[in-house]
Design a protein around this ligand. Sequence first.
Ligand code: 9MR
Ligand code: 9MR
Length: 754
Amino acid sequence: MVVTATAAVAGLVAAVVALPTANAEPGPELIVNGDFADGSNLPWWGTENLTLEVVEGRLCADVPGGTVNAWDVIIGQDDLPMVAGETYEFAYTPTSSAPVTIRTLIQQNVDPWAAELSATDQITDEATPISHVFTAGTDNPAAQLVFQIGGSEDPFTFCVDDVSLRGGAETPPFDPETGSPVRVNQVGYLPDGAKVGSVVTEATEPLEWTVNAPDGGVAATGDTMPVGEDPTSRENVHTFDFSEVTAAGKGYTVTIDGETSEPFDIGTEVYDTLRTDALAYYYHNRSGIEIDAALVGEEYARPAGHVNVEPNQGDDGVTCWATDPCDYTLDAAGGWYDAGDHGKYVVNGGISVAQLMSSYERALTAENGDSEALGDGSLAVPEQGNDVPDILDEAKWEMDFLMAMQVPAGEELAGMAHHKLHDAQWTGLPLLPDRDAQPRELHPPSTAATLNLAASAAQCARLFAPYDADYAAQCLASAETAWDAAQAHPNMLADPNDGTGGGAYSDNKVSDEFYWAAAELFATTGADVYRQALLDSELHGDAEALFPTGGLSWGETAGLGVLTLATVENDLTDAQLTDVRDVLTTAADAYAADAADAAYGLPFAGEYVWGSNSQVLNNAIVLAVAHDLTGEAVYRDAAIAGLDYVLGRNPLNQSYVTGYGERASENQHHRFWANQLDPDLPNPAAGSLAGGPNEALQDPIAEQQLVGCPPAQCYIDHIESYATNEITINWNAPLAWLASYADDLGSSGNTSGS
Ligand code: 9MR
Ligand code: 9MR
């Protein structure tokens, strides 16, 4: 029997939760005058642009139009006692004369306004009760309830009644809406190679599967293979292998025990648009340049951010933050915004741009690589037609920024790179980059940032050499200066607590960055000093250290160097090259074994941490490179299984890539692509990869709605869930790399890789 997960609780999509409070002993009412029965509006307060009136036993106010932020218009009540660990139910019944989305928060009543409850609710003229359950994280004798009702173009009337806040509530059980138990890659499968799916079922014996052809006929049948209980979802799972189906077609499905999967295609072109859409993410998120409607369409066009036009401060003359002042400014305009925030970080920028460049380098070096598919005219970027491959144009936008973050000659730390540049304080959502009024500040240089610069700039030098010798020389000079500076300052670590206004990206281990930078510099220059640094590294030859189970990431970069040395022509001796390739295939064997063990086939046995989807894809890249080198189908199939996972073959039946698949993420955390908060703004552009399941529940939405989740289900497609649903340059980069690999497999017709 197939278990169908029903939507008993409106969990994952809606912010409004129906609350089973059975068995709970509700605590005393904490809201004063929540029913407005005596006609008084006290102790409620409103911002100065409001008059609070009690009308027919409800609190009402005329909300002015034309405000920018939700918090420009607020109705609130103070002095609410919160006890750490206590679970509360907050309820209210609002109406608005026009449909609006408001924010409801229970928070500190002083800066930084840390919220215990942070909800976005949709309100109409129908009085519908809304309720939220949350558990307080800290004691606070005087928390504050605020309805943030600003940010609307047009005026409207807001009323509220039956406001209630009581302890003693029960957290609703975690019960995500997962649709069909039959899980596939919702985009499609290449004709050649493995086609495998998973099904959630209580059956212990094999079940019959049927692949339904697009014409309605039966394409194939077979028996599932029981796997047992999947630890990542705590569900009983079978897999089914329909690799024998190879005929191209759109709209296949799989039926098992009366349940049918989402539709998918089979064809050589299934990854064609994903390759370019995943790369388009970078132009969309450029800083310092207008995003042109002619390239992205009206909906996604926006003014240039951080170019010194009011209220922006501009990134062209940024100085150091007061905590660690400097006597210079840097022109660090340009680059890409990191993610949903407007920070620009050298640490994370390095791996991101490196993986874009590696995607191009793979197309140059692999047997079936098609560099034309990334060439001039392939992407919607303003530099089209300049005879430089568009993917390199995109990379240059970031490289210029990374190089600009280097401490100038003559200064004490000359050659080191500043760790990051971002807003002084966190801004709210939504906010277009050109509307950001925060001061921008450089944070102190770090060894990790400096080595990110050395590695990526060395790669830049060799890739730009055929197109722009001067630029290649500039990249190389920057890389070498950075390497020397890092040698002189090998232990300058970023402060893990420096996370106000931007992320910390602190990394307390830099041996991996040294290894990566040495590898890139060696591949570009052949100089013995870099060879020696590789041979001397404690990491050299250690497959598990170079390629950890949990995958490469911004904090684990050594493996990037191995991938380069194993594939890009360089001066290693034959014996040294054999060693490097052995390390790579040893790591790939481990990831392939993880894939073979996984109920959902993914090459990942690590923890589900913040950004887990990128870790899965980074393991898939290692497999793809092993496939390029050896032609072994087992590597190719495990690599593609990583894409299958992010595109729907997973415990939530979720495609984590916007615009791809029937059940795709569309409310990722982003300040411009914030449609969930403001219907005038767009959803994320197609090809944007959500961070994915994060079992640590590190944001208020996750804390409220994901309590009790199995690791691979700790995800919610909600804009405020930045710890599961943000989008960033370093997560889209491996998606772009793999989509490019997979599209090359399809369009070349050469899936053997050799
Ligand atoms: O928007 C921020 C996101 O980019 C970061 O990944 C995240 C963690 O550092 O923080 C987000 O900003 C939130 C901040 O941490 C707390 N106040 C609310 C901010 C917006 O949701
Ligand atoms: O990707 C980062 C993740 O590994 C960290 O655990 C997390 C918290 O420090 O920060 C993530 O990076 C965020 C950065 O700090 C700010 N911009 C958005 C990034 C993605 O959420």
